[in-house]
Design a protein around this ligand. Structure first.
Ligand SMILES: Nc1nc2c(ncn2[C@@H]2O[C@H](COP(=O)(O)OP(=O)(O)OP(=O)(O)O)[C@@H](O)[C@H]2O)c(=O)[nH]1
Ligand SMILES: [Mg+2]
Length: 232
């Protein structure tokens, strides 16, 4: 019998019926103890499908990818918290192995790293260059080594989240970068990356204008470096 994966997995969703349908069968092998879908007001079958795999569904009508994750993390009941998109891109089936690695190495924060990309079609070209650029600039500015600060899949201890959550100000896309910057800068947090294979997206992206979001993330990284006292 497969051992249960004792984590709370948070999945933010906004009209992801195709993605969740795709994840439904993939979840079966992982036996994740708690799945929390934080929904931003989907008008398709997202909630119906989420309930099919026994997910706890929380409604967070105020828009924002970061706010959805924040709400989910604060509702998690297990000692290890994870997150992944509801679009089927992140390999939830790799979670048991990731948790094993996380525990074996006594980590506090483990990012599912998408690079090098196994399948070139799993990420649009502009996202690929944008992600590489953002991770390189962040590493250079804050003087650390991180391959993928934009990844939407990671594991962390609940204790780690409670330690850094007050420092994470953003509730939108920058949330993902900001949490990794805070984790990497904190000497007490043991941070690592775990290579995963990204899959093709189901359904439509919720990012909107990628150029605009990419630029605003870059500006927020710069502002954080310039105006945050502890990182100056
Ligand atoms: N609850 C909630 N979920 C959101 C919101 N915006 C995006 N999401 C979900 O957050 C996850 C990440 O959004 P994506 O559109 O996949 O963004 P991405 O991963 O950066 O880019 P692509 O995968 O290329 O589309 C998806 O599961 C979305 O449905 C929101 O405002 N509220
Ligand atoms: Mg996605």
């Amino acid at each position: 019998m497969t051992k249960a994966t004792d984590i709370s997995l948070i999945i933010p969703t906004l009209n992801e019926e195709n993605g969740l349908r795709n994840l439904n069968s993939r979840f079966k092998k992982t036996k994740i103890r708690e799945i929390i879908v934080v929904d931003g007001g989907s008008v398709d079958k997202t909630i119906f499908i989420a309930k099919k795999f026994d997910a706890k569904v929380i409604s967070e009508k105020t828009r924002g990818y970061g706010l959805a994750l924040r709400t989910g993390f604060n509702s998690a009941s297990r000692e290890i918290i994870g997150c992944a998109d509801g679009d089927g891109t992140y390999p939830v089936e790799a979670l048991p192995e990731m948790v094993k690695y996380f525990k074996k190495n006594k980590l506090d924060f483990l990012v599912a790293c998408r690079f090098p990309l196994k399948n070139r079609t799993s990420m649009p070209v502009k996202n690929f260059f944008g992600n590489i650029l953002i991770s390189s600039i962040t590493s250079m500015l804050f003087d650390f080594q991180a391959t993928d600060v934009c990844s939407g899949m990671w594991l962390m201890n609940k204790k780690t989240w409670n330690q850094i959550k007050y420092k994470i100000k953003d509730n939108k896309w920058f949330f993902s970068n900001e949490i990794k910057i805070e984790a990497l800068l904190n000497k007490k947090i043991k941070y690592d990356e775990f290579w995963i294979e990204l899959k093709n997206r189901e359904g439509f992206t919720k990012v909107g204008n990628v150029w605009f979001i990419g630029l605003s993330v870059l500006i927020k990284i710069l502002m954080k470096k310039l105006f945050s006292k502890s990182h100056a």
